[in-house]
Design a protein around this ligand. Sequence first.
Ligand code: FES
Ligand code: FES
Length: 162
Amino acid sequence: MAKQSFTLNVNGKDHRVRVEPDEPLLWVLRDNLRLTGSKFGCGVGICGACSVLIDGVARRSCCIQVANVSQGQKIITIEGLGTLENLLPLQKAFVDYTAFCCGFCTPGMIITATALLARNPSPSREEIIQAMDHNLCRCGSYINIIEAIESFVKDQRGEKSE
Ligand code: FES
Ligand code: FES
């Protein structure tokens, strides 16, 4: 397929790329824009490692062809959320609760949790479990991930986490 030019708004900046229209967004982010925080896990929409926010909704970038990203849609990757020097409170909660082992799934987990908290700032434990259910962690850090998100929610409510 012939290459075409696309403008993608990623982490608040417009980027012009020239790629084949059926190129998965994940590869454009990783290979063309060098944003390697979004991971390739399954490549078929199952694991969630490649999740990014598109207009605030967590989407699986391995399954979105770049031609299907509309002009003006705002893409946020894990690099657009916080930095090592300046972690967001949710990211800090993941660190505090050691909500990872290898860390491969973590960007997708944080993106999915961010989308959940945007639409429901005070989810119950059950709602957190339900929202995170389709993100897979091969290290099995699920309990710590749920507890990190739960502690973040409690902090936001002004409750002391245990
Ligand atoms: S790599 Fe996209 S869902 Fe697994
Ligand atoms: S921390 Fe290793 S896959 Fe989740």
